[in-house]
Design a protein around this ligand. Structure first.
Ligand SMILES: [Zn+2]
Ligand SMILES: [Zn+2]
Ligand SMILES: [Zn+2]
Length: 101
């Protein structure tokens, strides 16, 4: 699966900007899982969540690589190539992570 993504060079060590989905925390919305942008540290909610902010962050910024942040599964995903990518490391959670589900 991995190996055909040319964006892995853009993966950075980031500090999560917030403990939960940045936009959902502002609006009081619940989320299901969290995704961390490995370009800027934005925390967004997954596509099972009502607002899908991680995908919307990609659409707004073009930042291609996310990490499965909560639960911390360590996988990476490239939105552009739509494939799993190997991450060089796993970002520590800032916790405690708010949970709704
Ligand atoms: Zn890619
Ligand atoms: Zn959200
Ligand atoms: Zn980003």
């Amino acid at each position: 699966m991995s190996g055909s993504c040319s964006h892995v060079a853009s993966i950075r060590d980031v500090t999560p900007s917030t403990r939960g989905c940045e936009e959902c925390l502002k609006t009081g919305s619940p989320w299901v899982h969290l995704r961390l942008c490995r370009t800027c540290g934005h925390v967004g909610c997954c596509d099972d969540s009502p607002n899908r902010h991680a995908t919307r962050h990609f659409e707004a910024t073009g930042h291609p690589i996310i990490e499965g942040y909560d639960p911390p599964e360590g996988w990476g995903w490239c939105y552009i190539d739509e494939i799993e990518v190997d991450l060089p490391n796993r970002t520590p959670q800032r916790g405690p992570i708010p949970r709704f589900v």
